[in-house]
Design a protein around this ligand. Sequence first.
Ligand code: 5GP
Length: 194
Amino acid sequence: MKVLEERIRQEGQILSDTVLKVDSFLNHQVDTGLALEIGKEFGRIFGGRPITKVLTIEASGIQFAMAASIALSVPFVYAKKKKAVTLSEQVYSAPVHSFTRQESYQVCISQKYLGPGDKVLIVDDFLATGAALVGLVDIVREAGAELLGVGCVIEKCFQEGRGLLEEMGVEVHSLARISAMAPGEVHFIENEEI
Ligand code: 5GP
């Protein structure tokens, strides 16, 4: 998605050879116009599939899952990173190790909002090591729902996330695919026409 690649080039800060900071428009301050365009693009890519629910993980996936759910006219659900006291019902849960925070946590989703019969699109902001998305895939499978695809806003192709997901039989589409980065330069892989 060219407009997204341009924003990453203009505003992205490369903090190390593996960490890209995009919090002026993507995951701290959010450019809502761009987020809605991202949702439309997910809608275009996945719209031919009988998706019943979009799933993400709090917090940075929420605006993109919401935008995709608007484009697809289905609800979205976000996995919580801590079981809140208000979440008294039965939950599905999976362990996740965070790449950026260097800590492990349990993600959970109420069994009321995901179950057999659901056809799920998972959306997230970044695909890096894949740990967060593998956790969500495990939850979809535990729920007996069907996974119809994964959509990521930014993929760092030099990390192992895509490989892990594809080994699990999951189809992944990312809107901006970074092959390499260093201070002042970001290289993208051209996406094939879908
Ligand atoms: P994972 O390593 O599980 O694929 O990434 C999990 C989460 O870490 C992503 O959803 C994203 O929120 C965050 N993350 C991973 N790599 C980066 C990065 O380079 N920059 C930022 N801002 N977040 C990242």
